[in-house]
Design a protein. Structure first.
Length: 216
């Protein structure tokens, strides 16, 4: 029995082998995949053009299908490379509170020393620092729980424009408070506002107030 290899199947197999090689290099060889982003982006646009522009009508149908398949597979590969390059370190924290805390929108935290404050948020909350190329500003430090969550952005305090205390949301107020206190965080008692929402306040490494509240 002979396997009939169509152009599309050959493209998929080749890109799968490429992904496997890149995965091994990134995970076990400590090789940065960042230089590949521009090449993969260019390749995906070329393959999209080959499968969609009028020129593609001159290509045999199997090759048009191969170009479209290559575009889809390359786009997926590009998305994976972007995720693998998102954070400064590939090591995932074993004590992250990502399963308990939610950041509903980009959240700014005003601190005196951005560089010194970021390790505290990484250690206590399990946030991960974004890679230098992914930082939204050179004047702050952005951290996220994972690639799907909004960032927590540490910025320098401006006495002329004070910011409200940052808020993390959770469905398990007691559990979050207990875990943070075990990690040495100074957390206040659980309170309840006029709407019946429970919350508590804590102090970060600089003594800035941070609020953890039930989800609205």
């Amino acid at each position: 029995m002979h396997l009939h290899l169509t152009p599309a199947l050959i493209v998929v197999f080749g890109l799968f082998v490429l992904w496997a090689v890149l995965f091994v290099l990134a995970e076990y060889g400590d090789v940065s995949l960042k230089p590949l982003k521009s090449w993969l982006a260019a390749a995906s646009w070329v393959l999209w053009g080959l499968s969609s522009v009028p020129f593609a009508e001159r290509l045999p149908r199997p090759w048009r299908a191969a170009a479209l398949t290559g575009y889809l597979a390359t786009s997926l590969l590009l998305a994976w490379v972007k995720r693998s390059c998102l954070f400064e370190s590939k090591i995932k924290p074993s004590h992250s509170l990502a399963s308990l805390l939610t950041v509903l929108q980009p959240t700014y935290v005003a601190v005196r020393d951005v560089t010194a404050a970021s390790p505290w948020y990484a250690e206590k909350f399990g946030l991960r620092k974004l890679a230098a190329a992914e930082q939204p500003s050179k004047y702050g430090v952005a951290l996220q729980f994972n690639e799907k969550t909004h960032p927590v952005i540490l910025i320098l305090k401006d006495p002329a424009a004070p910011r409200p205390a940052p808020v993390f949301f959770t469905g398990k107020v007691e559990k979050v408070r207990d875990r943070l206190m075990v990690r040495g965080v100074s957390a206040g008692p659980i309170q309840q506002d006029r709407q019946g929402t429970r919350f508590f306040e804590l102090l970060d490494g600089e003594g800035n107030t941070v609020e953890v509240s039930e989800r609205p």
